[in-house]
Write a protein that binds this ligand. Structure first.
Ligand code: GDP
Length: 417
């Protein structure tokens, strides 16, 4: 049950964007930051030219895209629901497999980006398996729909054949390559047509007749997949009743969180087409910190303790990346699982068996840094002033008994004599 102190967490999404090199992870992340910034009127943008200016200016200023965790905000389209979306950087190169795994530990869900002209490439397969290993729910984004050779079907088939997962397309592209015009939302049976070159203007209309049979068939398959994970929906389905949009979204969300359903979307990050709909899907289908299993830790007696996501609980945080910053020095990126980390307080680094003082706390945004007095359960940010904390260290409240959070390494079986 969600208590009052936890209620903000339903509007939190901690996500990673995972991809094969070149599939468009950077471009997709930049677009997400652009839209989430625009959403909050950070960087006023009125037309396509300004869009590019904004991106270039940010690049010159050294956009914090490279921050280990960037905090963005998204208002779900068609609603006034505000979400905090923390984007955790997942290194895309196979050589950084350990780093990828480390980042997998601190995110609750991921967007897997594929190149529609290439399908599922070997490296995407590696990242997918790592996400499987860490039980990370996913949605897939079939990017580069504007590119020569782009095929949504290719990605759908590859997800089935190469990844052995059951794809659940929730969109269907209108056109492809240079003729990529828009996206059909299969759940709501609406067509989103991009009317300017950058895709920032979208006209929503009924599904064009030429796509009707195809998307109706796909919708039927989607309802069947959703019915498999939702009993009430199954009953309706068996009685020949149509589920409501809300019921369908709820069932797909549950199936995604259980990793039984992998919603698949499409678009072109480079042309700014479909990224807003991707953000809507992130908040619709990926889990909040309350939807995933609580992190566990082991004490010196070998007893296991759970740390539910609650700002009023015992402090449990994981340092997942150390960065050197030219202005403030050592930045320790942390995810707070439980409790509240306060600037100026003392914490116990259980991994190093050391007491340390927390200096200033920062939340990293795409184009600014925000100094905060505390980081609460579910939040990610950077700590200035920790001298000893290293990647993978457990941070708990000062004075607490030593507990180590689940380690990154898969534990060897312990044979007790
Ligand atoms: P990353 O290695 O996954 O981070 O990929 P990048 O975002 O750097 O993109 C790799 C290349 O693909 C760059 O040249 C991008 O401009 C290009 N690219 C990214 N998204 C798209 C897209 O939607 N359409 C097309 N045609 N090119 C894209």
């Amino acid at each position: 049950m969600t208590t009052k102190s936890q209620s903000y967490l339903t509007h939190f999404r901690n996500i990673g964007i995972a991809a094969h090199i070149d599939a468009g992870k950077t471009t997709t992340t930049e677009r997400i930051l652009y839209y989430t910034g625009r959403n909050r009127n950070i960087g006023e943008v009125h037309d396509g030219a300004a869009t590019m200016d904004w991106m270039e200016q940010e690049r010159e200023r050294g956009i914090t895209i490279t921050a280990a965790a960037t905090t963005a905000h998204w208002t779900r389209s068609g609603t006034s629901d505000d979400y905090t979306v923390n984007i955790i950087d997942t290194p895309g190169h196979v050589d950084f497999t350990i780093e990828v795994e480390r980042s997998m530990r601190v995110l609750d869900g991921a967007v897997a980006v594929f190149d529609s002209s290439q399908g599922v490439e070997p490296q995407s397969e590696t990242v997918w398996r790592q996400a499987d290993r860490y039980g990370v729910p996913r949605i897939a984004f079939s990017n580069k729909m504007d590119k020569t050779g782009a095929s949504f079907e290719l990605v759908i088939n590859d997800i089935k054949e190469r990844l052995g997962a059951i794809p659940a397309p929730i969109q269907y592209p209108m056109g492809a390559e240079s003729d990529f015009k828009g996206i059909i939302d299969i759940i709501r049976m609406q067509a989103h047509t991009f009317t300017n070159d950058l895709g920032t203007d979208i006209v929503v209309s009924d599904v064009p007749a030429e796509y009707m049979d195809k998307v109706q068939e796909m919708r039927q398959q989607l309802i069947e997949a959703a019915a498999e994970v939702d009993e009430a929906l199954m009953e309706k389905y068996l009685e020949g009743e149509e589920p409501t949009i809300e019921e369908l979204v709820k069932a797909i969300r549950a199936g995604t969180i259980q990793k039984k359903i992998f919603p698949v979307l499409c678009g072109s990050a480079l042309k700014n087409k479909g990224v807003q709909l991707l953000l809507d899907a992130v908040v619709d289908y990926l889990p909040s910190p309350l939807d995933v299993e609580s992190i566990k830790g082991t004490d010196e007696e070998g007893d296991v303790h759970e740390f539910p996501a609650d700002p009023e609980g015992k402090l449990a945080a994981l340092a997942f990346k150390i960065m050197a910053d030219p202005y403030v020095g050592r930045l320790t990126f942390v995810r707070i699982y439980s409790g509240t980390l306060t600037s100026g307080s003392y914490i116990y680094n259980a991994s190093k068996d050391k007491r340390e003082r927390v200096g200033r706390l920062l939340k990293m945004h795409a184009n600014s840094r925000e100094e905060v007095s505390e980081l609460k359960a579910g939040e990610l940010g950077a700590v200035i002033g920790l001298k000893d904390a290293g990647t993978g260290n457990t941070l708990i409240a000062d004075g607490e008994d030593r507990v180590l959070l689940e380690s990154i390494d898969v534990p060897e079986p312990v044979i007790k004599l």
